[in-house]
Design a protein around this ligand. Sequence first.
Ligand SMILES: Nc1ncnc2c1ncn2[C@@H]1O[C@H](COP(=O)(O)OP(=O)(O)OP(=O)(O)O)[C@@H](O)[C@H]1O
Ligand SMILES: [Mg+2]
Length: 263
Amino acid sequence: MLNVENVYKTFNMGTVNEKTALSGISLRLKEGEFVTVIGGNGAGKSSLLSAVAGVYGIDSGKIEIGGTDVTKFPEHKRAAYIGRVFQDPMTGTAANMGIEENLALAKRRGNRRGLRWGVSHAEREEYRARLAEFELGLEDRLTSKVGLLSGGQRQALTLIMATLKRPKLLLLDEHTAALDPKTAAKVLELSDRIVKNDNLTTMMVTHNMRDAIAHGERLIMLYEGKIIIDIAGDEKKRLKTKDLLEMFENLSGSEEADGGLLL
Ligand SMILES: Nc1ncnc2c1ncn2[C@@H]1O[C@H](COP(=O)(O)OP(=O)(O)OP(=O)(O)O)[C@@H](O)[C@H]1O
Ligand SMILES: [Mg+2]
């Protein structure tokens, strides 16, 4: 479903601020595969997701989604394939619009006819059912302004919006990092359910090694723009946080595995 082939990306090339964020990354994800992505600050995690989403062009390499070469596609054209959720609960939803209006926006995303305002009865029932599935207590508050929701509720709604059209790829970039531990656990559980139910191919960046181990069936670790660990299946199931720390220290030749990696 995703094929990232030998991708390089350097920011501010040729200046004193030159920074290579991605240094020959290759990664293939099968349909329905759920991979967690870890690595220290500046390792290239967000850059990898942004490169896939087309936030900027890459210097060399290739990116295919569902068999389509999207390397040259601009971000808006790739949006039809991709659902994204970021760290900040404020970014994924429109605060001064209602829950159902936000969902309607998500549903019409990519429609060339543009926005038709007003939510039909059938749509409203569809949203109500979708929200009820997740037991957030939001199904009876369809017209409430999203700005009134808690951070966790907003992040859950963003997740539902991002997956409403069953994207080929779901990209989660530390989407629970701004939430309190209990709410984070709930949103993670919701993420798991949506990924499983819809068999979504998913990349989830997290700084929490325990979450990286507990979720998904594959784990990759980035270091200086490269994949230095790629573990799946039983090996991943047996993995402990202390193993990951050890691997990180050995492979990177440093002992900087600290709070940056483990919450
Ligand atoms: N738009 C940009 N312009 C210039 N440099 C950038 C840009 N985006 C990322 N970088 C640089 O590329 C490197 C990788 O950054 P990236 O955001 O991918 O790291 P990350 O692994 O997501 O880190 P964090 O855990 O802090 O979110 C960093 O050195 C960063 O400063
Ligand atoms: Mg990041």
